[in-house]
Design a binder for this molecule. Structure first.
Ligand SMILES: NC(=O)c1ccc[n+]([C@@H]2O[C@H](COP(=O)([O-])OP(=O)(O)OC[C@H]3O[C@@H](n4cnc5c(N)ncnc54)[C@H](OP(=O)(O)O)[C@@H]3O)[C@@H](O)[C@H]2O)c1
Length: 194
């Protein structure tokens, strides 16, 4: 089985963005040291535009070959005219409203989201599936998530968009790795207890 990994940036108090989801105030934490880590370990999580700007568009995928996003997360790039924000991955966007895909590299999942993700997990392959977010889709897919890679930035927001837009339920994970960076960013990796 391929893993579904929720790879996400958040505040100390667990918010992935402001109340409207905007996460642009987190960008300054991607400094030289942290970017070097992302390029080395998770290059495929850098969006296509960013890879081009950094001159690293040819970096091979290391962990994931597929990305799943909710339509609101996809909208962040779409509003800028970018229809394939992760062109180096197979892209799936969950949406009941988008209708036809705006890009040949993007497949819309309009129904049976969990079934589609289970089918992707059941495919053969070395690389896993990157769950990009946001909150709503992570809540819908919580039971399918095998791994969490949580990039915690040293800020407190008080309120904002939660990591999971789902109801109360206790899900156990084991801590499998921690990396701390000079600017206070901490990356923790957890695997689900099954
Ligand atoms: N901090 C980070 O690392 C990070 C990462 C990613 C995103 N974000 C932020 O997260 C925000 C967006 O998150 P969000 O929670 O508002 O939305 P989201 O999870 O990105 O997308 C929600 C949309 O997904 C579709 N959807 C939900 N359940 C579905 C189902 N069962 N089947 C098919 N489609 C389904 C619906 O689209 P339709 O309405 O089209 O049907 C729904 O409106 C953005 O503002 C972004 O900045 C932050």
């Amino acid at each position: 089985m391929r893993k579904l990994t929720y790879f996400i940036a958040c505040s100390i108090d667990g918010f992935i963005g402001g109340p409207d989801g905007d996460a642009s105030f987190m960008y300054p934490f991607v400094d030289e040291e942290f970017l070097a880590f992302l390029k080395a370990e998770y290059p495929e999580t850098i969006a296509t535009q960013g890879r081009r700007a950094l001159g690293v568009d040819d970096l091979p995928n290391r962990k994931y070959d597929t990305v799943v996003s909710g339509r609101s997360s996809y909208d962040v790039a779409f509003k800028e005219g970018i229809t394939s924000p992760y062109a180096h991955l197979r892209e799936y966007v969950a949406s009941r409203s988008l209708g036809e895909s705006p890009d040949p590299n993007v497949e819309i999942i309009s129904d049976d989201l969990v079934g589609k993700v289970r089918a992707l997990k059941a495919e053969d392959g070395e690389l896993g599936i990157y769950l990009c977010g946001g909150s709503v889709i992570a809540g819908r897919l919580l039971d399918e998530i095998d791994e969490l890679v949580i990039k915690t930035y040293p800020i407190v927001l008080g309120t904002g968009m939660p990591m999971f837009g789902s109801g109360f339920a206790v899900s156990g994970f084991t801590l499998d790795g921690t990396r701390v960076f000079g600017n206070g960013v901490m990356v923790r990796t957890f695997n689900r207890k099954r």
